[in-house]
Design a protein around this ligand. Structure first.
Ligand code: ATP
Ligand code: MG
Length: 554
């Protein structure tokens, strides 16, 4: 038999426990190929946690020459909508994955599930229970106490079949009956104490309309859908570990009756993503939107993929992040700065450099003639000479950053202060002569033979190197400084919001930025990565700072 490595030339480089299971199953011949699935419930927008799951499932399929399905787990009629289906499709594509023809819906299997349920009833493995929800809860027991059998547990097969039929035909009200698997009320695992398979819900479904008024439970529909699709490895988060015996029970019973084919899918659990300074629970995200703490699902501060996209986070950065954090068997918190670093690394590659002064202070060069202008040249990318250079006009009055000047410098300050010299990046060395309070401007003199790129430049040894813009040529623009949405590393909810997560400022920008197109990305030198707003390209949104400055009193 071929070893997995000779059969699968593009085996992923790094290893983890899931890859080891997959490689073992390929090597032993249990599975001939890998088939995974990403199974979102279409009841919300995808977030960073889903991105981890998407990268894992599609990454496994890609790495081992297999297939990954996109399956909508649409078993809950009330909360699900087409709008979510569309946005999920968009988000997975945006992340860079392709499921080809393998787009499925759990609701496609409603007929087969119903037939399977009848088979279980016929074999004495399922029954209709008519206890109220409250009574059922009381019978279920607790972690330390066994459950008790329902008085309906031994209902005759024909009665069960008839009742289920009537439930399906709409003859019974919501909550009057359920179908339960007949497993073991004494089980130490509560999930095996005769779990519910069908509930009556007189509600329209986004795909099946009014065809059904009984809907399958998650546990009943999920594993069986996996088996119908011949999934090899069904990867889910840790909270489903206790459900695995039930997952296997349903599939085994149906395979025994030749209703499902072997090999059956194997459920494998991994630790969900917890990210510091972020909430990922759907309930908490909905609250942020509903209570107006953010400007919608695609607010650039939201951990949703639509928000990430607006913030100009890149799919490459997210995939790099998923690869870097890997998968583990135990829950832990991932530091938000790891995600930011992944974005920086990718944006550094793709974003041309531009100059922006975010907090402008006037600088006047007293020995530079009024009306004189000269072009200085700035590289579009310091490591990519083939990206070329662009002219940045120099003149007597400039904008510099307010923090690049200090009237009385703190220790170790190398930038402008009276008597000190700095280089104006790509231009001249200037010496600070003083500060004029009445005009709020810094006075300087320039050394004419110090211009960057000329032979005399090297004679000037200065420690400070600051950016600037010609006041006459720069334009004012709105810049939104986005920061972390939460102020605490393990936020509980809205009480932990960072009140400074969005600051709107009037910055000065270099002339070349007038031509920015919507969603075009740049590095503003010494500041970070910014993107031209998709609706109004004259405004810019900050994607991420250049360095991790969180808590450093930016
Ligand atoms: P719900 O609480 O409504 O079940 P959910 O976040 O689990 O929400 P689903 O649509 O059921 O959303 O999730 C689709 C897939 O994404 C599942 O396989 C789930 O395990 C995975 N997933 C969801 N959240 C995370 C997370 N934080 N980390 C990793 N995977 C996740
Ligand atoms: Mg879920």
């Amino acid at each position: 038999m071929a070893s997995p490595s000779s059969k699968t030339p593009n085996t992923p480089s790094g290893s983890n426990f899931i890859r080891q299971i997959v490689e073992h199953d390929l090597a032993s011949g249990k599975h001939k190929s890998v088939r995974t699935r990403f199974p979102p419930e279409p009841n919300g927008y995808l977030h960073f946690g889903h991105a981890k799951s998407i990268c894992l499932n599609f990454g496994l399929a890609r790495g081992y020459g297999g297939v990954c399905h996109l399956r909508f787990d649409d078993t809950n009629p009330a909360k699900e909508e087409q709008e979510y289906v569309d946005s999920i499709i968009d988000a997975v594509r945006w992340l860079g994955f392709d499921w080809g023809e393998h787009q499925y819906y759990a609701s496609n299997y409603f007929d087969r599930l119903y037939g399977f349920a009848r088979n279980l009833i016929e074999r004495g493995l399922a029954y209709v229970d008519s206890l109220s929800a409250e009574e059922m809860r009381a019978h279920r027991g607790t972690l330390t106490e066994h459950g008790r059998n329902s008085p309906f547990r031994d209902r005759a097969v024909d009665d069960n079949l008839k009742l289920l039929q009537e439930m399906k035909e709409g003859k019974h009200a919501d909550g009057t009956h359920v179908l339960r698997a007949r497993i073991d009320m004494q089980s130490g695992n509560i999930n095996l104490r005769d779990p519910v398979m069908y509930r009556i819900r007189h509600a329209a479904h986004h795909r099946t309309g009014d065809a059904w008024c009984i809907y399958p439970s998650y546990d009943w529909a999920h594993g069986v859908s996996d088996a119908i699709e011949r999934i090899s490895h069904s990867i889910c988060t840790l909270e489903f570990e206790d459900h695995r015996p039930l997952y296997d029970w349903f599939n085994e019973r149906l395979a025994e009756a030749a209703l499902l084919e072997r090999p059956l899918p194997q459920q494998i659990e991994f630790a969900r993503l917890n990210l510091t300074y972020v909430v990922l629970s759907k309930r908490k995200l909905i609250q942020l939107v509903d209570e107006g703490h953010v400007e919608g699902w695609d607010d650039p501060r939201m951990p949703t993929l639509v928000g990430a996209r607006r913030r100009a986070y890149t799919p490459e950065g997210l995939r790099r992040f998923a690869e870097r954090i890997g998968v583990a068997k135990a829950d832990s918190w991932i530091d938000f700065s790891i995600l930011e670093d992944c974005m920086r690394e990718h944006l550094n590659e793709v974003a041309p450099r531009r100059i922006a002064v975010l907090d402008p202070l006037k600088l006047v060069i007293e020995n530079y003639p009024e009306g004189k202008e000269e072009p200085c040249e700035a590289p579009n990318h310091p490591q990519k000479p083939d990206w070329g250079r662009r002219p940045v006009p120099f003149s007597r009055e400039l904008w510099i950053e307010r923090e690049d000047f200090a009237e009385s410098p703190p220790k170790g300050y190398f930038r402008l202060y009276p008597g000190n010299k700095v280089r104006l990046r790509y231009a001249y060395v200037v010496e600070c002569l003083g500060y004029d309070k009445s005009t709020d401007s810094v006075r300087c003199r320039v050394f004419e033979d110090s211009r960057s790129g000329t032979p005399g430049a090297d004679a000037y040894k200065v420690k400070g190197n600051i950016h600037w813009l010609s006041a006459k040529h720069a334009h004012a623009a709105e810049v939104r400084l986005y920061d972390r949405l939460f102020a605490t590393p393990q936020p509980e909810g809205v009480g932990d919001l960072n009140r400074e997560s969005k600051k709107v400022i009037a910055a000065r920008l270099e002339p070349a930025l007038r031509e920015a197109k919507p969603e075009e990305r740049f590095q503003f030198e010494r500041h970070g990565y910014f993107v031209a707003d998709r609706a109004d390209a004259s405004a810019f949104n900050r994607t991420v700072t250049l360095r991790d400055s969180w808590g450093a009193g930016k």
